[in-house]
Write a protein that binds this ligand. Structure first.
Ligand code: GLA
Length: 668
């Protein structure tokens, strides 16, 4: 019990021992062990069991659970329970309950119903987190901590509004400055007293809306910091702190919150339907990029994923047999070092009775449990080999929450969805099996050969300079529609798109069109349509700009006008794509760009098979993870003799990867 858990990949489940009589725990733990689980996440909603009355801490049960798990070789990730305050707390302090846009206070009995800025609430959080840290911070089998659970609630109480006003005062210094930057003369919004400034309900001034998001970000950041401060000094060396984010959820700026965390993690649910590997990889890459942005690259965890099905969609279909296993492998391929199912067993009552789990209401393993067993065997086989490796990428996708918010608030076309547009660019790179880093727009770009900036609408001097430098050094930059149009106040730049990148691109946007019907596109090496959106480009630098595609006959304004261009500077290239191409044309366009750069999948594989690369930290050994995401066997031609891992059996020529199967190989 005193030995350290091994360095390996982690496979586990959320486990709530407080839902069950202690006499049951041994059987649960036996089943976990039999499935090959080596981690359990405990505690994240257990406040009323941990502190049943104000200041009375009952943590012995938790200590016994952690110890019993440890005896079975199962490490613990401890959740702080602050997403679910106990009833005695909200009864004594109703002002800790969040208030919605319409002034309604949240009711007790669901979760995340607290006001993030309540000093009273934060004091209670500090105390319970400190108590947990004191008791378990040095425990050799508590390997990490998750703060709270899926931050998401926005509170509109008077206290939050007043703190928002204080936040603005600190940001702008004077009302004159704020009024100028938000253009408040528009519709007579001019503020003469900080206390006049509202919290935005629905649509509002774009500058105010952006600052409200910044304020929410700052609110969660300092709420999180309260917990970090209570915990960190008590933790033994090497124990990490994370939070389980929600993929594309954009309630706050995730980069800011991750600066203070040791590791990023996210909760991956398909919900209805099935796993689409060509776009889901983007979310793994996004999550991995959270720590990249803070200059401390680190792999991430999938802190929750669905054991077959969920309970919160209109149709909660089951994943196909084998599908969850390849989903877990895709996560690992993209840099996950831990994958945990939610949850072990549904409580007999409570809001999530029908959610998928590993063990059913009777306490017996569900059919899905056997799939987890296969993963358990996988992790046992290659976990230690892969634990000290990370993905590599020569392609960067730039991400920026303010840009995303700005576009989403004023979509201009109902079907212009920022995430869909982003993944529309991501898919051809995923299909080509090229590693991608989704990075914050201000991240250094030295490691990359291709940079894509999908609808990066906010430009600043530094970004502009860095991108120009990237192209000057030989990089290939793809600027897409709806880029480089605004400043950091969400104000329009007083210049045409792409703002200060116009010299680099050699073009400017004369007009943008929301399309009621598709417009034909004729390209030099593809034909197709632009849907939803089209920008009419004007070539400014005819000597260095080639027009790759033009619009065909449509509304007159676009007829025959440049849609996609490229400008060459020494060995670098800057593409401007003003069209929103159909899928086939998009694939053809980007396939050619990728070919031009000379980036290639390390192993050529059929459609539906993914190749992920994880490289050892010294850069010497590359592990190629081949994942068959399809329901039929696929033939792969190995380009070189490969050593199957673990074991090193040499494979040559053609191999068959059965349906939903995975192989890990190195070069022999
Ligand atoms: C979220 C929560 C979990 C659980 C699952 C169900 O991700 O974090 O507690 O409710 O959803 O899918």
């Amino acid at each position: 019990m005193t030995t350290q858990p091994p360095k390996t990949l982690y496979l586990g489940s959320a486990y709530y021992p407080e839902h069950w009589p202690e006499s049951r725990w041994a059987e649960d733990i036996r089943l976990m062990q039999e499935a090959g689980l080596n981690v359990a996440r405990l505690g994240e909603f257990a406040w009323s069991t941990m502190e049943p009355a104000d200041g009375q801490f009952h943590l012995d049960w938790l200590a016994r659970a952690i110890d019993q798990l440890a005896q079975a070789g199962i490490a613990t990730v401890l959740g702080t329970p602050t997403a679910a305050p106990p009833a005695w707390l909200t009864q004594a302090h109703p002002d800790t309950l969040a208030v919605d846009e319409y002034g309604r206070r949240a009711q007790h009995g669901n979760r995340c119903h607290f006001c993030v800025n309540s000093a009273t609430y934060q004091a209670y959080c500090r105390r319970i987190v400190a108590a947990l840290g004191e008791r378990f911070g040095q425990h050799p089998h508590v390997i990490g901590w998750q703060l709270d659970n899926e931050y998401n609630r926005v509170c509109y109480c008077e206290e939050c509004r007043s703190q928002f006003q204080t936040f603005l005062q600190a940001r702008y210094g004077s009302l004159d400055e704020l009024n100028a930057r938000w253009s408040t003369a528009y519709w007579s919004q001019t503020y003469t007293d900080w206390r006049q400034i509202p919290a935005p309900i629905g649509g509002h001034n774009p500058g105010l809306m952006l600052d409200w998001k910044r304020f929410i970000t700052e609110s969660y950041r300092q709420y999180q910091q309260v917990q970090i401060d209570a915990l960190r000094p008590q933790l033994r060396e090497g124990v990490w702190i994370t939070h389980n984010f929600m993929g594309w959820f954009d309630g706050f700026d995730h980069y800011a919150l991750n600066v203070d965390l040791d590791m990023a993690s996210w909760d991956y649910y398909v919900g209805t339907g099935h796993h689409d590997h060509l776009e889901k990889g983007a979310i793994h890459d996004l999550t991995r990029g959270f720590k990249l942005a803070s200059g401390k690259p680190k792999n991430f965890w999938v802190m929750e994923t669905q054991p077959g099905s969920v309970n919160w969609r209109p149709v909660n279909n089951m994943l196909n047999q084998g599908e969850a296993r390849v989903m877990a492998w895709q996560a690992i391929g993209h840099g996950a070092d831990g994958v945990l199912y939610w949850q072990w067993r549904s409580a007999l009552n409570g809001q999530e009775q029908y959610h998928g789990s590993l063990v059913d209401q009777s306490g017996q393993p569900r059919p899905f449990y056997d799939e987890v067993k296969l993963l358990g065997a996988d992790v046992l086989a290659v976990g230690e080999l892969l634990a000290q490796t990370r993905p590599e990428a020569r392609v960067a996708f730039l991400n920026d929450y303010p840009s995303r918010w700005s576009v989403q608030w004023q979509k201009h076309h109902a079907d212009f969805d920022w995430v869909k547009h982003f993944t529309h660019y991501y898919r051809p790179f995923a299909r080509a099996n090229l590693g991608v880093d989704v990075v914050h727009a201000d991240t250094p770009l030295d490691n990359y050969r291709i940079v894509v900036m999908p609808a990066l609408i906010m430009l600043n001097e530094q970004r502009s300079r860095r991108l120009a430098e990237f192209v000057r050094r030989g990089g290939k930059l793809i600027i897409t529609a709806r880029s480089a149009m605004k400043d950091e106040d969400n104000s329009l730049l007083p210049m045409r798109q792409p703002g200060t990148l116009a010299d680099l691109a050699g073009v400017e946007v004369e007009e943008y069109y929301a399309l009621d019907e598709p417009v034909p596109i004729k390209g030099n090496w593809f034909e197709g349509q632009s849907r939803v959106w089209a920008e009419r480009l004007k070539v400014r630098d005819p000597n260095h700009v080639a027009v790759i595609a033009k619009y065909g006959p449509s509304n007159g304004w676009l007829d025959g006008q440049p849609a996609i261009t490229v400008r060459g500077t020494s060995s670098g290239l800057c593409y401007y794509c003003g069209a929103y191409l159909d899928d086939v044309a998009q694939q053809a366009f980007l396939h050619r760009v990728i070919e031009t750069v000379g980036l290639r999948s390390p192993i050529t594989v059929p459609e539906g098979v993914e190749v992920c690369t994880r490289v050892t930290l010294d850069g010497k050994t590359r592990y190629f993870i081949l994942i068959n995401h399809t329901r039929t066997g696929q033939i792969i031609d190995l380009p070189w003799p490969a050593a199957e891992q673990p074991g090193g059996r040499v494979l040559t020529g053609r191999i068959e990867l059965p349906a939903y199967e995975v192989a890990v190989v190195t070069k022999a």
